[in-house]
Design a binder for this molecule. Structure first.
Ligand code: ADP
Ligand code: MG
Length: 273
């Protein structure tokens, strides 16, 4: 009697084909090695199944975040875990962590972060944006200078409505550095149209170094400013940071500043980043 010497087909060949058809690349990659591990460590079938499905879900999430983060145009990548709350006692950590659930974005509400330069305003809205990307919420980040320049150009080129439509798309629009440079009436008007169009339809996260009292100065036109601020403040959470500049602390630590510069007038810190 002759014994057939052909080797048994490898079931993981079928797994690979099926995973390709079902677009499950991580399972295709891990199925065989995790099966070995499962056998060695006496996992149940359901543990094995949960393990490879979890690996696929994690890889898929990572792919999403990696491909969508550049689209958000963040100025840097920081999370709330990198924020030192001990340095900024005027901020209620629990409240800020609650904001990171992004329920306010679900409700199309706004977040306004106020404070002098270097206190972490941009850091905080970047952290919200990073979390939004992880939750698959469309996000776009822009400084008000770039935003207004873009809207002005679109106005001149007669394609304002189309351009405005682009800024209505992200469910979270982060606008940084409101108030560093005053807007003229035309610019304030364009910005007002954007704020109006997004009102109760999508969230804004704004940073500003100005209090709302001088909104008229910031936004060029007191009447328009009042209209804009009405919309901002309605359905908004305001975080008012009253602490010291973190940037200056870092420099101080590096020995780049003397003690005399420890608490300079805030206006002397220089241009915003
Ligand atoms: P602002 O926008 O208020 O001018 P930034 O958010 O740009 O300040 O902060 C300046 C730098 O200091 C950034 O690198 C930021 O990550 C860091 N930073 C600010 N505050 C904190 C903090 N409390 N903990 C950790 N890093 C901070
Ligand atoms: Mg900033």
């Amino acid at each position: 009697m002759t014994v057939s010497r052909t080797t048994a087909p490898d079931p993981f060949d079928d797994v690979a084909v099926l995973c390709e058809r079902l677009k499950l690349p991580e399972i295709a990659r891990l199925a065989a090695s995790r099966a070995q591990q499962a056998a060695a460590e006496h996992w149940t079938y359901s543990q094995y199944l949960a393990d490879i499905l979890q690996a696929e879900a994690t890889a898929r999430q990572t792919r999403y975040v990696v491909s969508h983060t550049p689209m958000a145009h963040l100025p840097f990548h920081k999370t709330l875990d990198q924020f030192d709350f001990a340095f900024q006692p005027s901020l209620d950590e629990r409240h800020v962590r609650q904001l990171l659930t992004l329920q306010w974005v679900d409700a199309a509400e706004n977040l306004i972060v106020l404070g002098p330069p270097g206190v972490g305003k941009t850091h905080l809205i970047v952290a919200m944006a990073v979390q939004a990307i992880a939750q698959r919420i469309p996000v776009y980040f822009i400084t008000i200078q770039d935003l207004v320049a873009d809207l002005r150009k679109a106005w001149e080129d007669n394609r304002f409505a189309t351009r405005l439509g682009l800024y209505l798309r992200p469910r979270l629009l982060c606008i940084d550095e409101v108030g560093y440079l005053p807007l003229n009436t035309h610019e304030a008007n364009l910005f007002f149209r954007l704020v109006s169009a997004r009102y109760e339809r999508g969230s804004l996260a704004l940073t500003s170094n100005k209090g709302f009292v001088d909104g008229g100065h910031v936004l060029g036109d007191p009447v328009l400013a009042t209209a804009i601020l009405d919309r901002w403040v309605h359905h908004s959470t305001i975080l008012n940071i009253r602490g010291d500049s973190y940037r200056l602390r870092e420099k101080r630590r590096a020995g780049m500043l003397g003690e005399a510069a420890a608490r300079p007038p805030l206006t002397q810190e220089g241009a915003p980043r």
